[in-house]
Write a protein that binds this ligand. Structure first.
Ligand SMILES: [Zn+2]
Length: 326
């Protein structure tokens, strides 16, 4: 079947919006509402090309391929305290747990796992998964930077175990470095981690010298960019480095960690991308990806809800091969 005959999948787990971080927290419940609203308003352009798909379920063992038992236990205990005492529980000053937080996080991961399964199986051409909370700062044993579980890391391992996928490329364009994802695969030769991020910036990692170790040596590529780098310079850096990555690594699947905090005006970043830049970069990734390589996009950051909605709309149009100016 031709690629454009297959639909693009759009996923939001119903529990994702129930993760409550409290009044004034940038990663708040309105973010996904803004995303759903922007996508809903764009139905005229994407109708027939994008379908919403119900997420399936994942098991603890899927999570435990990436995270430690003690990490999962810590999260469950925090949820338990939050439920019993009817209050929010802080894991650290940024990272908050409410009664529905683990359902939201693991439900979001299950949505991504369903997406990669359906893309790999050929039922969908590509997919966009609107997760909450984000995942790329979560390490194997630590929740941080709003993140509880690492969605893309779990999906990468799921593909390797269940679909015989050998080589996975993670492209992370969130304005923050995905320290958790990097850390999980730092000594792994089967998962390549490629990140562009504002630097210096939270969480502090992601220097150009961090390239992986052991079997993973040369399988991490960090491209730190200065605050206020222009969109055209950013896109040039992105594509030059993507070319280098694809020249040395032949992925069977690409997981994009899409942070919309890379956009102009985001309260937690100082980069300058516009929706058309994200449309362009998404289309370029699809164009340059090896034939038969699956691609899914996962929402990470993005803290101006309206702009995040416009960014998601642009990326979704690129996945559906629809121009942005229609
Ligand atoms: Zn971010």
């Amino acid at each position: 079947m031709e690629d454009n005959a297959r639909p693009v999948g759009f996923f939001i787990h119903p529990d994702a919006s129930l993760h409550d971080t409290g009044w004034g927290h940038p990663e708040h419940q309105g973010r996904l509402r803004a995303v759903a609203s922007a996508v809903g308003q764009d139905l005229l352009a994407i109708d027939g090309k994008v379908i919403q798909v119900e997420p399936g379920k994942i098991e603890d063992q899927d999570i435990l391929r990436v995270h430690t038992e003690s990490h999962l236990k810590t999260l469950r205990q925090a949820v338990e305290i939050s439920t019993e005492e009817s209050r929010l529980v802080s894991i650290d000053p940024d990272t908050i747990v409410s009664p529905n937080s683990l359902n939201a996080a693991c439900g979001s991961t299950s949505a991504l796992v369903t997406a990669v399964k359906m893309v790999h199986g050929g039922e969908l051409s590509t997919a966009f998964v609107a997760t909450r909370p984000p995942g790329h700062h979560a390490t194997a044993d630590r929740a941080m930077g709003f993140c509880l579980v690492n969605h893309v890391a779990i999906a990468a391992r799921w593909l390797q175990v269940n679909c015989n996928v050998q080589r996975v490329l993670i492209i992370d364009w969130d304005v923050h470095h995905g320290n958790g994802t990097q850390d999980i695969f730092y000594r792994d030769g089967s998962v390549y981690y490629f990140s562009l991020h504002q630097w210096p910036h939270f969480p502090g990692s992601g220097s150009i010298g961090e390239i992986g170790e052991g079997a993973g040596a040369g399988m991490t590529k960090n491209v730190p960019v200065k605050a206020r780098t222009s969109a055209s310079e950013y896109c040039g850096l992105f594509l030059d480095n993507l070319e280098q990555v694809l020249g040395s690594f032949d992925p069977e699947f690409i997981l994009i960690s899409a942070g919309f905090d890379v956009m102009e005006g985001d309260p937690l970043g100082d980069l300058c991308l516009e929706p058309e830049d994200l449309h362009f970069l998404t289309a370029e990734i699809l164009r340059r990806a090896p034939k038969e390589c699956g691609v899914t996009v996962t929402l990470e950051g993005g803290y101006d809800p309206k702009r995040t909605g416009l960014g998601v709309k642009a990326v979704l149009r690129a996945l559906a091969a629809v121009d942005l100016d229609r």
